[in-house]
Design a binder for this molecule. Sequence first.
Ligand code: ATP
Ligand code: MG
Length: 422
Amino acid sequence: MYDPGASEVLTTLMEAGYEAYYVGGCVRDAVLGRPIKDIDIATSALPEQVIGIFQRTVPTGLQHGTVTVLIAQGAYEVTTFRKEAAYEGFRRPASVAYISDLTEDLRRRDFTMNAMAMDVAGVLQDPYDGQADLAAGVLRCVGIAEERFGEDALRMLRCIRFASTYGLEIEASTWQALLANAPLLRHIAMERVRSELQRMVEGPAPARAVRLLLASGLLAYLKKQLPLPFEAWLAWDDALDAVSALEGQHDRWAMLLMLLEVPADVVRAALQELTFSRVDGAAVAEVLALRDAVAAQAQVDDPAPLERVWKLGAVRRGEAAACALLRLLRELPQVEGKRGGLARFLTQTAPELLRRGEDWLKEVPCFSLKELAISGQDVAAALDRQPGPWMGRLLQDLLERAALGEIPNEREALIYAAQAAK
Ligand code: ATP
Ligand code: MG
């Protein structure tokens, strides 16, 4: 691993008489020949000594011994060797103690592949045989797995994340310990859970992550119970593999949640419990809301033509949601032998949508009020009426009629239609 800035930090610490190493994920990725993301540095120098050695520092995490060192090449996190005592809340240590021994520092780390250090010359320190485990494709806890998951339950999700994103087999006693400790996941904040799940879904093997999550039973022990029937993924196992063909986390989440066959409102609420951002949550839920609208229409006795339902849905849920739904349907596998609402939707409605949906969208002249050729002010002036709640309703009505081609998306025609509607 060669990073000019980091190696300057390491050298400066060593010249001051301390030990200093690259540690954690950057060493793992260097051993694997993968691109390095963030560099972590560990040292025997105490935080105040680190602050004394470098001209510019920021005490970013003093409670766990971390100082950020600022040099011309960038910012580097330097953490004093430490050990952790008596974990509390199944997440963090009650106290940390600074130590002078690298091997002790590496012992507190979660997996053998994350418990390696490298000096500035590139010599590996690997007391827990992380390199051998990596070579064998094995993910293994440092020390006794049963204890390590009991100390910090988040490690169970990191375990599944690393196994899926790095394509590793989980070593037997590590997996047994994960199964035994799964109920402890209840103690982990939903933000942390969400962040791990997002990284699994965005990673190279979302299907494997989902299968491991199901096999582990972890999802049953979330801090906030989500009303989602995760076992439904078992019935759509072949569709899970199609998820990786989709780009971007929004499409992937939409596909995974569509397979659970629950209404969009339930999904929306679950994503909120999972602390998804408003933007991320809406991007996913709107796709399912459009699916709901189209599927419901296909069930009634006198179905409005699919074209109309589709165009209206695209206006109400957004063009982005409509394009996303088409991408999902393109990737979904055959539904032979499957039953239920989704299977019906895929056999009855999806083929026609896949044939015509894209062209239908091209025919829609406006998807949003921004694209409507008339503004609220225009309408108020033309009707000589004070703005009020009536206006939003009228504009939406004009938008939908223009989108469907019932009136042209032109100023004169829209004003005329507004006057007629009054
Ligand atoms: P990535 O950044 O790709 O998620 P990483 O291994 O760098 O992987 P970080 O969360 O950045 O993960 O943590 C850096 C290092 O700190 C890890 O490699 C590991 O040694 C240690 N570590 C992080 N979280 C934990 C934890 N929950 N329990 C034990 N050690 C941990
Ligand atoms: Mg990292």
